[in-house]
Design a protein around this ligand. Structure first.
Ligand code: ASP
Length: 331
């Protein structure tokens, strides 16, 4: 008999989502006891990995809030010793939001934290869940010390990922950021992972008083003004293309919002490319009003980072935080 080969220890933290749901009869998909037993549905994983599961919550991810982000970050940090990596099982709807939040809250990560989920329940005959679970666990055993997201063949940087399809098994993409790894016939590393400097430290806290306001042709800035009136401390404005806003009404409303102490970020309706507020007069007017640019961040990360920044800084300090790089998020 040869020497015992030690298998990487991977801890699953289950938070809910479709993966562990069952259909009611009659009724919608709803959280079920399957969530706490996901490993019963994947064959042979224990031959390569020493896996264990813990259920933190069993919720549709639409019901998660920043308080859950903080609690999850704390749970991950508390379980880092004694494992090689962590897999977070999470609903797909807000997975990119939570992954963005954890990438900002968990600093100096030395081990992988991999989010995954599924489009169909793991207890269904035809499901994408086992493949996602197995590959996420294998990715969690790799030397990729960042918050990532495994779905439909690829491991993505968590804070660069976005859910782009309601039905496809390839539900996520990371626009403007190549995947970290492709799990095809071969395991193909694509992008060099982050190498955060340790030790692990928690930066908890997100301010929920943030709104997303899309610019609509001809509609004017009434929704922005309403957000300011209703006490929002930050607003992400989705402009057109490179980050343009109409010249009628918007520059004045943006300046008024900034003057009232609201942190305003200009993002884009587009999903790819970098916001460039100098490219057109509409963007320059926004810039002159004192807004910040979202760079190449996803809408999810641009918003979560604003929430995180507002909980710890204001004015120039907030601007420096928001426009600086924290975890490869594309600021
Ligand atoms: N509504 C589900 C959730 O986000 C969707 C899913 O998991 O795919 O929890």
């Amino acid at each position: 008999m040869g020497p015992a080969v030690s298998r990487p220890r991977i801890r699953f933290l289950s938070t809910g989502g479709t993966l562990g749901m069952l259909p009611g009869s009659p009724g919608p998909l709803a959280p079920s006891s399957v969530a706490a037993n996901v490993l019963a549905y994947v064959q042979g994983i224990e031959r390569e990995l020493d896996v264990s599961v813990e259920s933190l919550w069993n919720l549709d991810s639409s019901d998660l809030s920043p308080a859950h982000w903080d609690a999850l970050a704390q749970a991950v940090a508390a379980r880092m010793d004694g494992v090689e990596g962590i897999v977070v099982v999470h609903g797909t709807d807000t997975m990119a939001w939570t992954a963005s939040a954890l990438s900002l809250a968990l600093r100096g990560l030395a081990k992988p934290v991999v989010f995954t989920g599924a489009q169909r329940p793991i207890a269904s005959v035809r499901t994408d869940a086992p493949e996602n679970v197995v590959n996420a666990a294998l990715c969690a055993a790799m030397d990729i010390p960042e918050v990532s997201l495994y779905f439909g063949r690829y491991l993505f940087r968590g804070n660069r990922s976005t859910k782009t399809s309601i039905q496809s098994y390839e539900a996520f993409e990371s626009p403007d950021c190549p995947p970290l790894v492709e799990m095809g016939v071969e395991v193909r590393p694509i992008k060099t992972p982050l190498r955060p400097a340790g030790p692990l430290r928690l930066e908890l806290g997100f301010d929920s008083r943030v709104a997303i306001v899309p610019v609509v042709p001809g509609a004017g800035p009434a929704m922005l003004e309403a957000a300011v009136e209703r006490g929002m401390r930050g607003v992400v404005v989705q402009g057109f293309g490179a980050g343009n806003v109409p010249q009628e009404g918007w520059p004045g409303a943006l300046a008024a919002a900034v003057g009232a102490g609201v942190a305003v970020v200009v993002h884009s309706h587009c999903h790819r490319g970098k916001v460039d507020l100098r490219a057109y007069v509409g963007g320059r007017a926004a810039l002159a009003a004192g807004v910040m640019s979202s760079g190449t961040m996803t809408l999810e990360c641009a918003t979560v980072k604003l929430m995180h920044g507002l909980a710890r800084a204001q004015g120039e300090e907030l601007r420096a935080y928001y426009t600086g790089d924290v975890a490869g998020e594309g600021a």
